[in-house]
Design a protein around this ligand. Structure first.
Ligand code: PMP
Length: 373
């Protein structure tokens, strides 16, 4: 499918999501014969020298891209974000207590799952404002004896994003911070001085579904509960350089191509993630400014925590939703329907979405408003 202008449609899916076209083209070109090896990456042994090189390069590129310090391990795993909701408490809780900051569906799910492995304390929640504000860290009720504090740094469904990570020590907590950065990984820098562990599925900003990234500080390894499967024990995965069991080789390869693409991106004098951050901020500003200025559309999230990646919005007259979506599809603007728990629309504008894609969405929204207001 191409649009009347001949381009591929712009895809606003929340995940699995649009990929950089250059990455898809490179993967297509290398599909049958990776760099003269005579094999597709899918056909290679994970223990062979070819895949070993692909994996080592992907890890090095991710480390460089996000300036991951040497005392953090980069693990390529399976199980997804929901898998990590169990894997994290099995590895970090020591069966004690963990604190949770609830800012939307994903952090709520994490807290619920962790209760199967440890006690949980809800340190803060924005449920009473329908997940539209982030409670100020100074109001969080952190425990003295928590093994870790969990938050979701970008809530994909509710469109709520931490613009800075909290300084837990300043709140009186000695616990490491765990962040679920599934839906904004590599869209902005990470302050690793504030993080003990970060996890995320690849299928939004990095590559295909099936690959889960875990970035974990060295001192947090080695405390897994006995019930923890060996393949999910961070110590074992780290000691085996993500090759204890067969890792998701295709996902690692594609994510590696994406890391290379990200490292090459520039905005003025900025490169890599700094360039992406600037581009993502400009994309988000374009869309939010348009929505805020329009009497026809609305976004209900507080301005200081609006997500740059996932923009939920509503037509004030919801009887026009189907017409809006049908017209969008015709204009080559795909997968804009909101999550069923929130309704309305959602535009996910991850790294792979160019500024022109957001401009095309805004142009369509303006024209739809003009013809339906
Ligand atoms: N956390 C966040 C922030 C997510 O957006 C998602 C998926 N949309 C998940 C966790 C769950 O990930 P998975 O489906 O890979 O288990």
């Amino acid at each position: 499918m191409t649009t009347p202008s001949g381009r591929r449609p712009y895809n606003f899916s929340a995940g699995p999501a649009a990929m950089p076209e250059a990455v898809l083209q490179r993967a297509a070109a290398e599909m049958l014969d990776w760099q003269g090896s005579g094999m597709s990456v899918m056909e290679m042994s994970h223990r062979g020298k070819e895949f070993g090189a692909i994996c080592a390069q992907a890890e090095a590129d991710f480390r460089a891209l996000l300036a991951v310090p040497e005392h953090f391990h980069i693990l390529f795993m399976q199980g997804g974000g929901l898998g990590e909701n169990a894997i994290v408490p099995m590895n970090l809780s020591r069966g004690n207590k963990a604190d949770f900051v609830i800012t939307g569906s994903w952090s709520a799910k994490s807290q619920k799952e962790a209760q199967r492995y440890c006690q949980s304390n809800i340190a803060a929640s924005n449920a009473d404002n329908q997940h539209t504000q982030i409670p100020a860290p100074s109001t969080w009720q952190v425990s003295d004896d928590a093994s870790y504090v969990h938050l979701c740094s970008n809530e994909t469904i509710h469109g709520v994003e931490f613009q800075a990570l909290p300084d837990l020590a300043a709140l009186g907590s000695k616990a490491p911070l765990v962040i679920d950065f599934s839906s904004h990984v590599a869209s902005r820098p990470v302050d690793w001085t504030r993080v003990g562990l970060a996890f995320g599925g690849a299928q939004k900003n990095l590559g295909p579904a099936g690959l889960t990234l875990v970035i974990v500080r060295d001192d947090l390894l080695g405390h897994a509960l006995d019930i923890c499967p060996s393949a999910f024990n961070y110590r074992i995965v780290a000691d085996n350089k993500s090759m204890y069991n067969t890792p998701p080789t295709w996902g690692i390869y594609i994510a590696g191509l994406t890391f290379q693409w990200l490292r090459q991106q520039t905005e003025g004098a900025l490169t890599g993630v700094a360039a992406m951050e600037q581009r993502n901020a400009a994309k988000a500003r374009l869309l939010y400014d348009f929505i805020d200025a329009s009497p026809f559309y609305e976004n209900r999230v507080a301005h200081d925590c609006r997500s740059r990646m996932n923009v939920p919005f509503f037509l004030k007259n919801e009887s026009r939703n189907e017409a809006f979506l049908a017209g969008a599809r015709e204009a080559g603007l795909l997968q804009l329907k909101g999550h069923k728990s929130v309704g309305g629309m959602r535009a996910s504008i991850y790294n792979a979405m160019p500024f022109e894609g957001v401009q095309a969405l805004v142009d369509y929204m303006r024209e739809f408003e003009r013809s339906h207001a």
